[in-house]
Write a protein that binds this ligand. Structure first.
Ligand SMILES: O=C[C@H](O)COP(=O)(O)O
Length: 233
């Protein structure tokens, strides 16, 4: 909710121009964007013909029916979404979404062939091993016995909207534990911006960007970093 529709489209146009960046065009990095619901059709048009994917920031746990104000997975698919965010810290904290609802929403995403971008993270700052245990439990709870493609977004609540991301050692420990224990792709979010991917190296599979990607130039800089990392690996 930082952007108007007009700014969303302007940002998307600038980012669509980055689709020819070697990181994306060469298949070294994947980029998805998750605009507000009403902007999804127009944003999908902007990115048509590019490898950039579009998704939503939330979905209803049910597919259709009497759920006024909600948006279901089938409609998101119909609009061209490939991804959907589930269980963001703000959904959990401000709107009371508990682990049971996050699990139902994750299942709804997979049922509708949407890749869940499953947000996990410890609410308060605790040592990295405790944070990792918390996040492993959150992913296990959300997935249950479900299988399918999933992107885990590790976002410690205390690092969202902050001046700085969590310390690199903390991020690397939690993401490494999630990858090793659960075999999932893990991206880091929470005040992520240019420079962080280089500092984290291959301990994460990518970044989940918020405020520090509001300037499209920053997205280009991060793609430069992704390319450098890919060339070095
Ligand atoms: O959805 C975005 C994340 O919550 C991170 O936001 P932020 O980078 O502005 O802290």
């Amino acid at each position: 909710m930082y952007f108007s529709h007009a700014r969303t489209l302007a940002w998307s146009g600038d980012v669509a121009a980055l689709a020819s960046h070697e990181a994306i065009a060469g298949g070294h990095a994947e980029l998805f964007v998750l605009p507000s619901f009403p902007s999804i059709p127009a944003v999908t048009d902007v990115f048509a013909g590019t490898p950039v994917r579009v998704g939503a920031q939330d979905l209803c746990a049910d597919d259709t029916g009497a759920f006024t104000g909600e948006v279901g997975g089938p409609l998101l698919r119909e609009l061209g979404c490939t991804h959907v965010e589930v269980g963001h810290a703000e959904r959990r904290r401000l709107y009371g979404e508990d682990d049971a609802l996050v699990a139902r929403k994750t299942a709804a995403a997979l049922r509708n062939e949407l890749v869940p971008v499953l947000c996990v993270g410890e609410p308060e700052r605790v040592p990295a091993d405790q944070a990792a245990a918390h996040c492993v439990a959150e992913v296990e709870s959300a997935l249950g016995s479900a299988t399918g493609p999933v992107v885990v977004a590790y976002e410690p609540h205390w690092a969202i909207g902050a001046a700085e991301p969590a310390p690199e050692e903390h991020i690397a420990h939690v993401c490494g534990t999630l990858k090793k224990r659960l075999g999932v792709r893990v991206i880091y979010g929470g005040s992520a911006g240019p420079g962080l991917l280089t500092r984290l190296g291959t301990s994460v599979d990518g970044l989940f960007l918020g405020r520090f990607a509001h300037d499209p130039v920053a997205v280009g800089e991060i793609l430069d970093e992704a390319l450098e990392l890919a060339k070095g690996s």
